[in-house]
Design a protein around this ligand. Structure first.
Ligand code: GDP
Ligand code: MG
Length: 477
């Protein structure tokens, strides 16, 4: 019976030995093999089979030669094998699915287009909530284009979508619109920068909980002129297309006849190609079935989508109340793919390819980041890498030496000056002391002299009195 190797004996999952095939094959063929053992994912290190130990006859006093340890050799090889048993990692998409549902999705949608093209109406129609208040005027008095963001949290069958609509009121409404694109670009860059900083602070990726501020798609509304695109639209798209997933749409497509629309679509597409403006196209995957592939190519072939928006119910020819627009000649239904491309747009933005948009945003961001880092590098000080000229270096050393000498000299001068000042102060104070001592002694001497003179005077008076007394005595005798 074949046994499973102990867990410690297992090599990493992607690494297997040459000898594994034979072992696992044996296990698979053995009728006693456990299901786990039969799974061809079991990996054993390529350990050379133990060499038979020949027991040499013991010779007394002859030191035994230490045996060389057998080191297992690993030959890294990547194997691709379909497992026949259950290991568990096929649940990963399920786990990812659960996690995603719990965390919800961020979707940042930039909306660009002149006022009155039906941007707010289309958003309200698409998300089925009043993303924008349609009562507010769709013309703006402001001199310049503004950025207005609206955050809405939507929930559908337990899945949360944090929708952040970035509107650009004022775009194309001014006399000089040449710089309109700059404000939009700044907004996109700023959001990339925010993500860049968050990434630097490791708050993105590791925790996976940080909100993603990057613009995931730019819905660009083209006026249904029936001729060509406006130069401002072309200039703006040319600036934006490398930074966002551009989704061009022909606004209010119900205002054009079928032929006009077909011609206009063609004209817009040719202009985009001529100007080398990239727009977002959903990808297909290896395991996509033919139907999915067909749907994707159908979507791509209809870009730029001709859309109609309406939040009002009208009655169609079958007598059903539907979202649409009513005309004397009939009804245009929003959710009817034969009438307009609204459903295709919704599939591209939300129901079918939201994750593709988010994925492609990562690629656009990667490019932005590498360009940003490259710019930072260019600004670096190139002199750091230059080889110095010996003469220049000698001159620099001489100058440094002289500077050091001058510094030393000035320090010595300062020390000397300090010492002189201290000495002078000391002398001055001792001179003062001497002077006061001298005055004290002089005063003392003056006092003593006065006393002595008084005494002398007294003595002289006494002598005189004595002499007078003696003279009077002699006279009496
Ligand atoms: N014919 C037609 N009119 C529309 C459509 N979408 C919006 N409108 C009308 O166009 C006007 C401006 O719409 P609004 O959504 O405020 O435009 P915004 O300024 O681009 O946000 C409103 O009167 C809407 O009813 C559309 O698909 N077709
Ligand atoms: Mg609006």
């Amino acid at each position: 019976m074949s046994t499973l190797p102990s867990p410690t004996a297992l090599a990493p999952m992607s690494v297997k030995s040459e000898s594994f095939d034979s072992i696992s094959d044996q296990s698979a063929h053995s009728h006693e093999a456990s299901p786990e053992a039969s799974a061809s994912s079991i990996i054993t290190p390529d350990v050379a089979p133990p060499t038979p130990q020949h027991t040499a006859p013991s010779v007394p006093n002859v030191p035994s030669i230490p045996s060389v340890p057998v080191v297992p050799t690993f030959t890294p090889t990547i194997i691709r094998r379909k497992l026949t048993s259950f290991v568990g990692f096929s649940n990963l998409p399920q786990q990812w699915h659960q996690k995603s549902i719990q965390q919800g999705f961020d979707f940042n949608l930039l909306v660009v287009g002149e006022s009155g093209l039906g941007k707010s109406t289309l958003l309200n129609t698409m998300f089925e909530v009043p993303v924008h208040n349609l009562d507010t005027p769709h013309t703006y008095d402001s001199e310049s284009i503004q950025i207005q963001t609206t955050n809405i949290e939507l929930e559908e069958s337990g899945v949360k979508l944090r929708l952040n609509v970035i509107d650009t009121p004022g775009f194309g409404d001014n006399i000089n619109n040449l710089d309109s694109w700059k404000v939009i670009m700044e907004e996109i860059d700023q959001r990339f920068d925010q993500y860049f900083e968050a990434e630097e602070n490791l708050s993105v990726g590791l925790s996976g909980t940080a909100k993603d501020p990057r613009v995931h798609a730019c819905l660009f509304f083209i006026e249904p002129s029936g001729h060509t695109m406006k130069p401002l639209d072309v200039v703006t798209m040319k600036k934006l297309h490398k930074k966002v997933n551009l989704v061009p749409v022909i606004a209010k497509s119900d205002t054009l006849t079928e032929e006009e629309l077909a011609q206009f679509k063609h004209a817009v597409l040719s202009e985009l190609e001529a100007q080398e403006i990239d727009f977002f196209t959903p990808p297909t995957y290896l395991n996509d079935d033919e139907e999915t592939k067909g749907e994707v190519s159908e979507l791509i072939s209809n870009i730029p989508f001709a859309v109609v928006g309406s939040t009002s119910l009208v009655v169609n020819k079958e007598g059903n109340a539907v979202l649409g627009r009513e005309y004397p000649w009939g009804v245009i239904e929003v959710h009817n793919s034969e009438h307009n491309d609204f459903l295709k747009l919704r599939s591209l933005l939300i129901s079918g390819h939201l994750e593709d948009l988010r994925d492609n945003t990562k690629k656009l961001y990667e490019r932005y980041r590498s360009e940003k880092l490259l710019k930072l590098d260019v600004k670096q000080d190139d002199s750091v890498f230059s080889i110095p000229d010996p003469a220049v270096r000698q001159e620099e050393e001489r100058r440094n030496h002289e500077e050091r000498l001058a510094k030393m000299e000035s320090e010595m001068r300062a020390v000397f000056q300090k010492k002189v000042t201290e000495k002078e102060a000391k002398l001055k104070s001792s001179e003062g002391e001497l002077y006061s001592k001298h005055r004290e002694i002089k005063e003392q001497l003056d006092r003593q002299r006065q006393e002595l003179e008084q005494r002398k005077l007294q003595l002289q008076q006494q002598i005189q009195m004595e002499q007078e007394r003696r003279a009077r005595k002699n006279v009496v005798r």
